[in-house]
Design a protein around this ligand. Sequence first.
Ligand SMILES: CSCCC(=O)C(=O)COP(=O)(O)O
Ligand SMILES: [Mg+2]
Length: 229
Amino acid sequence: MPRPAAILTDIEGTTTSIAFVKDRLFPFAAAALEEFLAAEGETPAVREILAAVRAAAPGQDPVAALRGWMAADAKVTPLKALQGLIWHQGYADGRLRGHLWPDVAPCLRAWAAGLRLAVYSSGSVEAQRDLFGHSEAGDLLPLFAGFFDTAMGGKREATSYAAIAAALGLAPAAILFLSDVAEELDAAAAAGMQVCQLVRAADGTVASGRHPAESDFPGVARRFGLPAA
Ligand SMILES: CSCCC(=O)C(=O)COP(=O)(O)O
Ligand SMILES: [Mg+2]
């Protein structure tokens, strides 16, 4: 395999602890839902999201549909867009700061000097930008060349990875995709990307055995011949 020219990274379980997403971000959005809709429900962005909720859950009360998706951790685009808008307020006023494992920011900085970096998460592009722009390691936005969400398709579909490679103007084989979820790695590998599973002990991730696996970003750097932090 050629040395990767670009790194495409997942967020939850890869750059960021699962606990931060599930115990901090998700409850933050859940607690603010009704109040946010009362305040912002007539803005064009939220009206568009609510129309998409009604289209995806016809005949259901939109708030009930959103609550159901939250309870199921459904990766549904309108829910993800709305969570991103709610989190935006928290990042802007300092109540939220994006968690990153301590090994992540030094490696991203080292890699960005010679490689293109991009993110692919179920979280909306706005949510991704806020997490890295207001991270515990400072503003990392300048390191990234692209952000991709479920508008590209689901993370377990090979076509999503082909679309992201095309958007980056690279052959899939030139891109290394990092994720904790084996099914996402299966899909990226099927599209021709190089892949590596992040098996972070603190998150309780288990190696699938189907893909190369490392416990942190320096391990990824060693395995794929990338610059070390
Ligand atoms: C942008 S941080 C919030 C991530 C999120 O909403 C989520 O559902 C986790 O998705 P990922 O694809 O990063 O595992
Ligand atoms: Mg993940």
